[in-house]
Design a protein around this ligand. Structure first.
Ligand code: GTP
Ligand code: MG
Length: 369
């Protein structure tokens, strides 16, 4: 684990603590026996002492994560989860709204539809879940936490505007994530639309259109008129077929937080996408440092629901504090277990903060010498 102290590391290696401290000192890191070692230090030390160290993510310490993941591979087909990214004003929100309007059947009783960070549509009997553009920062932080839940990335490029700085950033993020990419050539209704120009610009950056002999689908469309939306959805489903996405509805729920806030009257709320299992009202959950019992689940039509199957979304009410976006929510056996894991996580975070601050003061000291 990452939160190992210098003396614990020495014990594990069966080496005198002074050896460890000396190596660190020689590298300019002043540490004492009770300091926590970071991933970098552990890597340096294991090289120095010729041992192999596996760094386990704190979340993996909870073996139920592994258990849940192994079940994912065997389970049943689940809907793909899609993120739409692109340059400012290229039409991400319009596209999400257009798809939603055309494809989400709103409950008659529901009335006003509230904004929720994600929604699921039905395309000829098959479902697709869209995450409302979380913004680059949120997307990147989710990836760093290893809670990247996106199966397919849609890069929106306005056909009348072409590749812009943020398009370039998005291309990089998409490539790094390894998720399949589909390009939506938006604003095709505009007279100034020039899809070939965009294709050329994208090809130059390694995103080669299928009709040019490459491997990326470019779908011309218009969020304004609705033209091409069906093509996009069909393309998503074809891509999903290749991915063979699976989950086990019977497993303990594991979900990712895509949005969270403190709401008047409701307290802390979190919009989640279920990755595996089925999240139910009454479940005892842990979510980073937060925990609680699921009091209510509310879907995108503001309707209270009893349970949320894999790849579906809901707003969860009942947590004791607001979890960060990107945090993983897990259903636990009971209230006690949920509390314990939340406490464990709280301590882990505190240790990390503490070791960070001790380290920086020590660094300041060395630089003064
Ligand atoms: P940010 O969230 O600010 O990054 O922008 P966005 O990518 O969400 O773009 P948004 O959907 O807000 O659209 C920006 C502008 O482009 C709005 O004025 C839309 O009405 C317009 N727009 C979006 N899609 C189309 C389209 O297909 N055709 C035309 N003509 N206009 C569009
Ligand atoms: Mg927008």
């Amino acid at each position: 684990p990452e939160d190992i102290r210098v003396y614990e590391f020495a014990e594990k290696l069966k080496r005198p603590m002074s050896d460890i401290i000396k190596v660190l000192f020689d590298l300019g890191m002043m540490m004492t026996k009770n300091d926590f070692l970071g991933a970098d230090e552990i890597e340096i030390l294991s090289e120095e002492f010729g041992v192999e160290v596996t760094i386990i993510d704190p979340k993996d310490e909870f073996n139920y994560v592994e258990e849940a993941e192994s079940q994912e591979e065997e389970g049943e087909e689940r809907p793909p989860i899609i993120t739409i990214m692109g340059h400012v004003d290229h039409g991400k929100t319009s596209l999400l709204d257009a798809i939603r309007k055309a494809k989400v059947t709103e409950d008659e009783a529901g009335g006003i539809t509230q904004h929720i960070g994600a929604y699921t549509i039905n395309q000829h009997g098959r479902e697709i879940t869209f995450i409302d553009t979380p913004g680059h920062a949120a997307f990147s932080s989710m990836r760093q936490r290893g809670t990247d839940i996106t199966d397919i990335i849609i890069i929106v490029v306005a056909a009348d505007d072409g590749v812009k700085p943020q398009t370039e950033e998005v291309i990089k993020i998409a490539k790094d994530s390894g998720a399949p990419i589909i390009v939506a050539l938006n604003k095709m209704d505009k007279e100034t639309a020039n899809p070939d120009l965009v294709k050329g610009q994208m090809a130059e950056r390694g995103i080669s259109p299928v009709d040019w002999g490459g491997d990326i689908e470019f779908v011309p469309l218009s969020a304004k008129t609705g033209m091409g939306l069906d093509d996009l959805l069909e393309n998503i489903l074809l891509t999903a077929d290749i991915l063979e996405l699976k989950a086990s509805p019977d497993a303990n729920a594991k979900a990712a937080v895509v949005e969270s806030s403190l709401e008047k009257g409701r307290g802390p709320v979190a919009t989640v996408i279920v990755q595996n299992g089925t999240l139910k009202v009454g479940d005892n959950v842990v979510c980073g440092k937060a925990h609680g019992r699921v009091k209510a689940l509310i879907n995108e039509n503001s309707k209270q629901i009893k349970s949320v199957p894999p790849s579906h979304t809901a707003v969860v009410v009942g947590l004791n504090e607001v979890p960060a976006a990107g945090e993983i929510m897990m259903a636990m056996k009971n209230d006690k277990e949920a509390k314990e894991y939340a406490q464990k996580r709280y301590e882990y975070d505190r240790h990390k903060e503490l070791s960070k601050s001790t380290k920086s003061t020590l660094e300041d000291m060395t630089s003064m010498i």
